[in-house]
Design a protein around this ligand. Sequence first.
Ligand code: DX5
Ligand code: ZN
Length: 215
Amino acid sequence: MSHLVAPSILSANFANLEADIELINKSAGDWFHVDVMDGVFVPNISFGFPVIKAIKKYAKKPLDVHLMIVDPDRYTQAFKDAGADILSVHIEACNHLHRSVQNIKNCGMKAGVAINPHTSIHQLVDIIADLDLVNVMSVNPGFGGQKFILNTYEKVKALKALIVEKNSKALIEIDGGVDLNNCRQLLDCGADVLVAGNTVFGSDNPTETISLLKK
Ligand code: DX5
Ligand code: ZN
């Protein structure tokens, strides 16, 4: 399978979201990456259901919703109703991760688990076979435009080995600081999905940048 690119809405123009949604619709991008922050799990607040519903109305590609919130189980059905196709929860925010993952699947979504830069991939050993996606955070979550953490390369290699060992179908998604310089090495290490916010929307030609990330 060739890799996927998921432009992050967090870096889009919120005063004219429809234009940036259309841009992604017409681009080589595969998914919309949608970051939800609660100001508790991370030191920032982004947006919630009304905005996701508005994105869903215009988006012609799947919504990959990344929850950076505490106690995400309370809202699983609500995110499905808002339009999420893939829903990722943070391992650090879930006391009963297996239940959280089953709830996501039972609601009809693909299930992802996100891990912070300090969290070992070994914590995924007993859940990896149940997952559709692992979001490997390559910055500390909370903000777009941060510097890529170099330890991510080794982490992705180890995660890829675990996925093969456990015969899991989980895709490896890289989230944070992905750019045109590190994308090749990330793919070589085993990455399947590249999230990009600032690299896409901070560039002069976002459509072209998405194409370059796709190549
Ligand atoms: C960060 C978010 C990312 C963010 C990435 O907490 O999870 O998805 O949008 O943005 P860039 O690509 O600018 O680092
Ligand atoms: Zn994200």
